[in-house]
Design a protein around this ligand. Structure first.
Ligand SMILES: Nc1nc2c(ncn2[C@@H]2O[C@H](COP(=O)(O)OP(=O)(O)OP(=O)(O)O)[C@@H](O)[C@H]2O)c(=O)[nH]1
Ligand SMILES: [Mg+2]
Length: 272
């Protein structure tokens, strides 16, 4: 039986851990089991129950002290240590989960982890070998959408993760509750790259026009970068995002969906 996982990635502060908390709360409210594993060795505070914690494997503070590394170098070292210990530590921890568990991995925000450092690729490949179906959930702060160059660079970072990790991929624009005017958001969900290109060219010196056209062409050729909006204050919005992710990994189609309310033997299922 396949197992299911979300790998929650995105730039620092984009709302990954908050997303994990809210998805966990939502699932609890509908009686659905999900477990969250913290893969961020720098995280200190959690609003969700941490099922497994990378900090039990390795401590960022110790690494920084012993190897005289700064926070970013220390974090990359911790993740490389995780990479080396997947088959021992993580395999061991995962044995405590039910076979059809749905696991959400809360990742660190250092962009190099999913652009060119191979740790997450190794991680994904290992999960695949263990028969996990994986969806990468790439979060981008919707404040980025107010600024076309930032938005395009976010799209390219997402595309880079998509190409590197080669699994199902869902992009989410987080923090839409903070936007003053949500109508503005529409053009960033399923972007018309030609319109964005016109914006870029208008705001930048003419010598960048060829480069802008090439970047826009890249996004257009792939036509894979689109976003789902997420308003964590709105249960329907969380459910909407979750159902897209579930579809991408066929969760519920060929597995027992563990909705407690509908388990055999529940009163709800009893004939009237
Ligand atoms: N209003 C609002 N604030 C949010 C939302 N998501 C996250 N935040 C805030 O944004 C900040 C960063 O959120 P986190 O969830 O810690 O972001 P992260 O991506 O896990 O950050 P790192 O782990 O440091 O990379 C916190 O102050 C959150 O309260 C959201 O949907 N709405
Ligand atoms: Mg976090």
């Amino acid at each position: 039986m396949p197992r299911y996982a979300q790998l929650v990635i995105g730039p620092a502060g984009s709302g990954k851990s908050t997303y994990c908390t809210n998805v966990h709360q939502h699932c609890q409210s509908v009686g659905r089991e999900v477990s969250i594993i913290n893969l961020d060795p720098a995280a200190e505070h959690f609003d969700y129950p941490v099922a497994v914690d990378i900090r039990e494997l390795i401590s960022l503070e110790d690494v920084m002290e012993e190897l005289q590394l700064g926070p970013n170098g220390g974090l990359v070292h911790c993740m490389e240590y995780l990479e080396e210990n997947l088959e021992v530590w993580l395999a061991d921890e995962l044995q405590n989960f039910a076979e059809d568990d749905y696991i959400i991995f809360d990742c660190p925000g250092q962009i190099e982890l999913y652009s060119h450092v191979p740790v997450l690729r190794t991680f994904v490949d290992q999960l695949k070998q263990w028969d996990f179906r994986i969806c990468v959930v790439y979060l981008m702060d919707s404040q980025f959408a107010a600024d076309v160059p930032k938005y395009i660079s976010g799209c390219l970072a997402s595309l880079s993760a998509m190409v590197q990790l080669e699994v199902a991929h869902v992009n989410v624009l987080s923090k839409v509750d903070l936007l003053p005017d949500r109508r503005e958001l529409d053009r960033f969900l399923d972007p018309d790259v030609r319109l964005l290109l016109a914006d870029l060219n208008r705001d930048m010196p003419p010598q960048f026009s060829k480069l802008n056209t090439a970047i826009a062409g890249l996004l257009d050729d792939w036509s894979m970068v689109n976003f789902l909006p997420l308003d964590i204050a709105d249960e329907e919005s969380i459910q909407y995002v979750l159902s897209h992710i579930d579809n991408s990994i066929q969760y519920g189609e060929d597995a027992d969906v563990r909705i407690r309310d509908h388990e055999p033997g529940d009163d709800d299922d009893a004939p009237d």
